[in-house]
Ligand binder design. Structure first.
Ligand code: FMN
Length: 179
């Protein structure tokens, strides 16, 4: 299996990255898979300019030449695309949203992919989950979602290591794709 991991958090190795790591451990349980990581916060990815170059029937390319081009080629080759993001102000992070918008150029490659959406949050994650649930069937994507609330009932932030059941859920999901 070829997988790419799009990391949406600016906080490396924290909650959403750790959830992704658990998924990957499960995915690699039988053999190491080909996995490429993209830390979107460290990449030069301009927001979509709405130029509609990618709407041209035969072209389907994005006119903006930046680091998104690396994601395009890896995405096209990938079987599994992992979106690991915290919630920021009611949605995925701006870094991940910029990547999502730029995906407009390659939606013809979505069909048959497995999307694994891993979300960490304090209060709500429904908006982002609902977005993926709406678009994935339309594009023929097989969607899997794991969410983890990283806060206790007294509204105190806790690291994701305090939620081993969620890490296990991500791990188990990974094992279902292990070859
Ligand atoms: C600027 C900012 C905005 C946030 N907005 C939300 C939000 O709207 N809803 C929510 O549930 N959590 C929100 N959070 C909490 C994070 O989603 C949560 O702490 C998450 O576990 C962080 O993941 P990370 O460790 O991968 O960065 C916000 C955190 C920050 C820093």
């Amino acid at each position: 299996m070829k997988a790419i991991v799009l990391h949406g958090s600016p906080r490396k190795n924290k909650n959403s990255d750790t959830l992704a790591e658990s998924f990957l451990k499960g995915l690699n349980v039988r053999q190491r898979n080909d996995i490429q990581h993209f830390y979107t916060n460290e990449m030069n990815i301009r927001p979509c300019q709405g130029c509609e170059s990618c709407f041209a029937p035969l072209e389907h390319y994005c006119a903006t030449e930046d680091d998104m081009q690396q994601i395009y080629s890896a995405f096209i080759d990938a079987d599994i695309v992992v979106f690991a993001t915290p919630m920021y102000w009611g949605y995925m992070t701006a870094q991940m949203k910029a990547v999502m918008d730029r995906m407009e150029a390659i939606t013809q490659y979505f069909k048959g992919k497995i999307f694994v959406v891993l979300i960490t949050y304090r209060h709500h994650c429904e908006s982002t989950v609902a977005f993926f649930k709406r678009v994935c069937p339309y594009f023929g994507v097989d969607l899997h979602v794991v969410t983890c609330r990283t806060m206790d009932d007294d509204e105190k932030d806790l690291p994701i290591s305090c939620f081993p059941d969620k890490l296990e859920e991500a791990y188990q999901l990974g094992t279902t794709f292990a070859r």
